[in-house]
Design a protein around this ligand. Structure first.
Ligand code: HDE
Length: 705
């Protein structure tokens, strides 16, 4: 697929500033002859207040930061294209969803809780925001990599965020939910139970942003040309499959490379390995709104794919990195209220509340109401209205008319009409007959059935990881009452789960929900607990990452070749060739960077050393033949690479002469450990990598690393 170079120019409506071969100037274009010295009274004297060149430079610098996003501050983004492949004309008029239409996009991935400079590998939900620059204006699908949310009503959102963010007295911990205030809040909010299962699963520690699913989370509406609506849920399915790292690994990655996900996305795009996702929809006829055992307006619920299959309607390809992080990734303004004709919001009370918050936050963060004129936010079809003033207005809008109706501009800009018929964005004409209330529907009161569905749909290894994550988090909570309250919630989800977590906390899970939890739940549902309806399914295959490993490909996976001077070039090259044929990447790691000496003579430039790199940055390991083997036997960093790789359940291959090294390590042979004398070195190694991880290895018990 070709790069979207021209898309960028269209979107920006201007060429990027090219500083090459230009004289340095102030921001007003005045040429500067000395960019090193302030203006002084004598070369050892005080600085002068008339130094307008220094003021121009420093005043700009002093304002170079804007408020970071209050949530989702840490993010990485890329440009790309969306191509519609399905026929949706029966359901929606949205022009960008018409089969064959190609639409430029800008997609930003993020963590939620951490500050802008925090680690990529926090245990957290990932934001998955896509801005479609359609011919009918911008459409923002601002979703997450988890299909449900912690809370049901927007009113609780500031409290949720205050609880998960660093505690306000000491601003600790950074980018972590494992602390008192988060679990205090969660253990009083049983509606969070389903989301907690997902965030404690490996979905919250992705291997790559390119290997995550995305979800619109809420139920939206498609509206067709007769004004008829169909409920819709959006899904992004990654072509590379859904994969995660191990928690022990995630914590170490945060130390070795806090930019791990950002770098991975950037490098993949620079290498031409453009990540792709298929966009899928679940369509629910309006008449079926109330037919399920759960409420489709409740954002803590999924619609199991067994009940409503996901229909693929298009593909997104990210094919161009931003040129300037601040101008694009930082200044992009997403808003679920940016809708195009044919797509509308449902009455989900969380979604309804989001419509205010995003617009409001962008006005604050980007300093005023003209943020839509920033190049990254401009619609490609232009904007035409009667607004002219306001902070940061970038266009010079001509003429005396800034009101409607007018006669002086011949009524322009005029209402969207086509052949006498109203076009443009129209809200679904939904009939409403209701009393104004502050209340929660009792159809939102079943908090545990889908949490159970998720837990029961996981493979045994995934279940173990959830138990470990909950045990980790609750061990970091030092208030035993909070631990006990959450255990009571877990006990409603699954007895075995609660018992295993309880064992790690040395607590017996209470049978009933805590009095305090019940008190808060009854604020929304006076009769709580309310007997749940019988669920349609007890298990859903699509919820397990193990059962849906994507295409079982090793494309773009990084394999560490553990070498040193004297390594055999033949042994390196044959494995490298085979891996590259599969689309994987071989990275040589030696005791020094620079020229690596081969046994057969000749050298190769090496960019990575045992000093700079760690096993956690790689997917698999290969030790080739050669005189390097003797050096590696005495290299503690090499031994750590292997032991840690083994602990994190990765594939490890040894060429024949390197097999003796296994004695120096804690590795025990299994299907992911490939010795050349007993297995097919290349093919078995690739097969093991295709399985992502040998999770079975965790059963006997993890090796120290
Ligand atoms: Fe957000 N959310 N959110 N959120 N959210 C923001 O907007 C908010 C929610 C999501 O890459 C903020 O520009 C409220 C659900 C993403 O720039 C803010 C509620 C989902 C991003 C905000 C929610 C999301 C945000 C902070 C409950 C998944 C990053 C900065 C009513 C469907 C967008 C900003 C980007 C960002 C408010 C709940 C996803 C404050 C009030 C549910 C991916 O406006």
């Amino acid at each position: 697929m070709e790069k979207a170079k021209n898309v960028k120019t269209d979107q920006l409506g201007q060429h990027l500033t090219d500083n090459d071969q230009k004289v340095l100037t102030t921001n007003d274009g005045v040429p500067v002859y000395d960019n090193n010295n302030t203006l002084k009274a004598g070369n050892r004297g005080p600085s002068l207040q008339q130094d307008h060149i220094y003021f121009d430079k420093m005043a700009h610098f002093d304002r170079e930061r804007i408020p970071e996003r209050v949530v989702h501050a840490r993010g990485s983004a890329a440009h790309g294209l969306f191509e519609a492949t399905g026929d949706l004309s029966e359901y929606t008029t949205a022009a960008f969803l018409k089969k064959g239409t190609k639409t430029p996009v800008f997609t930003r991935f993020s963590t939620v809780a951490g500050f802008k400079g925090s680690t990529d590998l926090a245990r957290d939900v990932r934001g998955f925001s896509v801005k479609f620059y359609t011919e009918e204006g911008n459409y923002d699908l601002v979703g997450n990599n988890i299909p449900v949310f912690f809370i049901q009503d927007a009113m609780n959102f500031p409290d949720l965020v205050h609880a998960v963010k660093p505690e306000p007295n000491n601003e600790m911990p950074q980018a972590a939910s494992a602390h008192n205030t988060f679990w205090d809040f969660i253990s009083l909010m049983p509606e969070s139970a389903h989301m907690i299962m997902w965030v404690m699963s490996d979905r919250a520690i992705p291997r790559s942003l390119r290997m995550m699913e995305g979800f619109g989370v809420h139920t939206f509406k498609f509206v067709n040309d007769e004004g008829k609506s169909t409920f819709v849920k959006f899904h992004w399915k990654p072509r590379l499959g859904v994969h995660s790292v191990a928690w022990n690994e995630a914590q170490k990655i945060s130390g070795f490379d806090a930019d791990f996900h950002r770098r991975d996305l950037w490098e993949a795009i620079e290498n031409g390995d453009f990540p792709q996702w298929d966009l899928g929809v679940q369509l629910i006829p309006e008449e079926d709104e109330l037919k399920f055992s759960f409420d489709i307006l409740d954002p803590t619920k999924i619609i199991p794919e067994e009940l409503v299959p996901v229909k693929i309607i298009g593909t997104m390809t990210l094919n161009q990195n931003p040129e300037n992080f601040f101008a694009e990734t930082e200044q992009v303004a997403f808003d679920p209220g940016r809708l195009v004709p044919g797509i509308d919001i449902s009455d989900d009370p969380l979604l309804q509340g989001r419509i205010f918050s995003y617009m409001d936050t962008q006005n604050y963060r980007l300093g005023g109401p003209n943020f839509h004129e920033l190049p990254i936010n401009r619609p490609i079809n232009g904007k035409h209205n009667n607004q002219k003033d306001g902070f940061g207005r970038m266009d010079i809008l001509k003429g005396a008319v800034s009101y409607f109706p007018n006669s002086k501009a011949e009524g322009c800009p005029y209402h969207a009409m086509l052949k006498g018929k109203t076009t443009g964005f129209q809200s679904h004409r939904q009939a409403i007959d209701a009393s104004k209330v502050r209340a929660r529907s009792d159809s939102f009161a079943d908090h545990f059935t889908q949490a159970r569905l998720f837990f029961h749909s996981q493979s045994p290894e995934e279940q173990e990881h959830i138990i470990s994550a909950l045990s980790f988090e609750l061990s970091k909570v030092d208030d035993v009452n909070i631990r006990r309250r959450e255990l009571a919630i877990l006990n409603q989800v699954d007895k075995d789960l609660a018992k295993k977590v309880g064992d790690n906390l040395n607590l017996t899970p209470p049978k009933e929900l805590d009095e305090l939890t019940l008190k808060f739940a009854r604020q929304n549902h006076p009769e709580y607990p309310i007997k749940p309806k019988k669920p349609e399914v007890e298990k859903s295959e699509a919820l397990s990452m193990k059962i849906t490993p994507g295409e079982g490909t090793i494309e773009t996976r990084k394999v560490a070749f553990l070498v040193d001077d004297g390594v055999s070039k033949t042994s390196v090259d044959r494995m490298k060739k085979a891996l590259e044929k599969e689309g994987a990447q071989a990275v040589l790691i030696a005791s020094h960077v620079g020229k690596l000496q081969f046994k057969e003579g000749g050298t190769e430039d090496v960019q990575h050393s045992y000093l700079t790199d760690s096993s956690v940055l790689y997917d698999a390991f290969y030790t080739p033949d050669g005189d390097s083997v003797k050096k590696l036997a005495d290299n503690p960093d090499y031994i750590q690479f292997i032991n840690e790789g083994f602990r994190h359940c990765k594939a490890i291959a040894f060429a024949k002469e390197a097999e003796e090294l296994i004695k120096e390590t804690l590795v025990k042979e299994d299907q992911g450990v490939i010795l050349e004398s007993t297995k097919d070195l290349i093919n078995d190694f690739i097969t093991a990598m295709k399985g992502h991880r040998v999770w079975d290895r965790e059963k006997p018990r993890k090796v120290p690393a």
